[in-house]
Design a protein around this ligand. Structure first.
Ligand code: IPE
Ligand code: IPE
Ligand code: MG
Length: 255
């Protein structure tokens, strides 16, 4: 089945079509794009080749999710634990970031996409930090899809940074500890202005979160596929969305 049959670029048309089909399109789709290394190994190629092909799949998916009517698309590009990999692999991933920061600026500007990076960017080389800041600054007023890239991201690191800031604000008298609510905690996270994901997709079959969006995934629907990320495409996304449509989201209540 091709959910995006007709390929409407007009959002109102797309919403009408989805409604007519009785389809719920998740507002926010988050992805753990896994399996680049295994995909390359199967082809007797270096792991870095898997990352290169995997990056192109991320780029292609931007149009697919946008056409389907998804409003927020968050991808896990590099975790706080991925620094443990060989310097060759980490170096190749940094080169890919450099390449895509320039390319994304053009793609996002042409397609009204707002790009936002989450994670601790301070650990990157200065040119990468500058590139991230520029990409966010120049796309911040775009009103279409919000594309969130998690780089040097870890859920525990994000919560630790948030707690540090919150504690500092309390010490400075800007905040009373008794005034700390879930909303206040949320406002200190990297994702403060982004709604929680409705659907999490993990490729390559692993049944774990790997430190991804630990706070935000509290009531997200989980979908794991054996498909390796470089093989992921519109058909695979549609399978995930159809599975999402069969879920009964109760949020702890009774229906
Ligand atoms: C995901 O693919 C991309 C990153 C973590 C950067 P992997 O590189 O983890 O691929 P596998 O899991 O080793 O196959
Ligand atoms: C999760 O994948 C991180 C990213 C996709 C960036 P990993 O391959 O690093 O996760 P583990 O090691 O299998 O848990
Ligand atoms: Mg992996």
């Amino acid at each position: 089945m091709n959910i995006a049959a007709g390929k409407c670029r007009n959002e109102a048309d797309m919403d009408t079509l989805n409604e007519a089909l009785g389809l719920k399109i998740p507002q926010h789709v988050a992805v753990i794009l896994d399996g680049n290394g295994r995909w390359a190994k199967q082809r007797h190629m270096p792991r870095t080749y898997g990352h290169k092909v995997g990056s192109k799949v991320v780029e292609d998916m931007l149009t697919v999710v946008d056409d389907l009517g998804v409003k927020y698309f968050t991808v896990y590009a590099f975790s706080t634990e991925n620094w443990k990999r060989s310097s060759d692999e980490v170096g190749a991933l940094m080169q890919l970031f450099r390449f895509y920061m320039v390319r994304l600026l053009k793609i996002a500007s042409a397609n009204n996409v707002r790009v936002k990076m989450i994670g601790d960017r301070t650990r990157f080389d200065q040119d990468i930090i500058d590139g991230i800041n520029r990409l966010e600054r120049e796309t911040k007023d775009n009103t279409g899809l919000t594309f969130v890239i998690a780089v040097n991201y870890g859920g525990r690191d994000e919560l630790t940074r948030a707690v540090r800031k919150l504690a500092a604000d309390c010490c400075a008298g800007k905040l009373e500890p008794s005034a700390i609510t879930e909303q206040v905690v949320n406002s200190y996270l990297d994702t403060a202005d982004i709604p929680d994901p409705d659907l999490l997709i993990r490729t390559s079959g692993e049944l774990r979160l790997s430190n991804y969006l630990l706070w935000q995934l509290a009531y997200t629907e989980l979908y794991v596929t054996d498909c390796l990320w470089p093989d992921f495409n519109q058909e695979e996304l549609e399978k995930a969305i159809l599975s999402y449509n069969r879920r009964d989201r109760r949020f702890g209540g009774v229906k």
